[in-house]
Design a binder for this molecule. Structure first.
Ligand code: ATP
Length: 235
């Protein structure tokens, strides 16, 4: 894999007010890859995704996406270039139906998936298309949060802990979805704390500690690096 990265993050720093949270995050995502950001609570994984998406007022360093610097751009411009963000809290509107939620995010670029194709990928969302957001299980909400970003034309996805709090059978389903997205040409940065899950979907893993990337482990070497990972993740 010698192709130029689709996303190259280097020396990324970010602040919440006066609080300096990212201290030089560097990693890259090649076309067609799934990479994870692994690390303990509070390491800065969510902040990294938010900074890449342009959602933090104070940030510096470099984020080259699809050949252009985006560090100073507003989030709507970054979205229009094909970056999609699925936050951990999912943002499903309880008073809207599944289908209304699905249609909510604006299409930013040609090339998004058609609604019927999305329902083919998520058959239980098709069954529940008229149900209210409130009636969905945590797993269905997560599926819907991923599903609706696929309509927008974003081809590079930032997914924040999609497996958080979900039953093992649902986690497996999300794993199948991520592998299918990869096959369909989506590029994915995944924040995870569960490295057993991460190992089933990703090509490479970047370890985040105290606002820095401290290690990169190819998925094929994960097993051999288990002890090291345990100490990074404190599990
Ligand atoms: P988690 O899995 O718990 O979300 P994380 O690795 O994603 O962990 P972040 O959420 O990025 O970590 O948090 C990094 C640091 O920034 C933590 O010290 C956290 O307390 C701090 N932080 C996060 N959000 C805010 C905020 N809105 N205001 C101030 N500090 C914040």
């Amino acid at each position: 894999q010698a192709s130029a990265p689709l996303l190259a993050v280097s020396g990324l720093e970010a602040w919440y007010g006066e609080s300096h949270v990212l201290h030089g995050i560097s990693f890259d995502l090649r076309p067609g890859e799934v990479v994870t950001l692994l690390g303990r609570n509070g390491a800065g994984k969510t902040t990294t995704l938010r900074a890449i998406m342009g959602l933090l007022a104070k940030r510096q360093g470099s984020v080259i996406f699809d050949g252009a610097e985006t560090i100073t751009l507003p989030s709507r411009t970054i979205a229009r270039r094909g970056m999609g963000y699925v936050p951990e809290e999912r943002g499903i509107f309880a008073s809207l139906s599944v289908e209304e939620n699905l249609m909510l995010p604006p299409v930013v670029k040609p090339g998004g998936l058609a609604v019927e194709r999305i329902y083919d990928m998520f058959p239980n969302l098709r069954e529940r298309r008229k149900s209210q957001g409130t009636k969905l299980s945590g797993g269905e909400q997560q599926m819907l949060a991923i599903a609706r970003i696929l309509r927008t034309g974003a081809r590079t996805l930032l997914l924040d802990e999609p497996t958080e709090g979900l039953a093992p059978v649902i986690v497996q389903q999300i794993g199948r979805t991520i592998r299918e997205l990869k096959k369909s040409g989506f590029n994915i940065v995944l924040v995870e704390q569960n490295f057993h899950f991460a190992a089933t979907v990703a090509d490479r893993h970047f370890v985040v500690e105290q606002g820095k990337v401290v290690d990169m482990i190819p998925n094929a070497d994960l097993e051999a690096n288990k002890a090291k990972l345990h100490s990074y993740l404190g599990v």
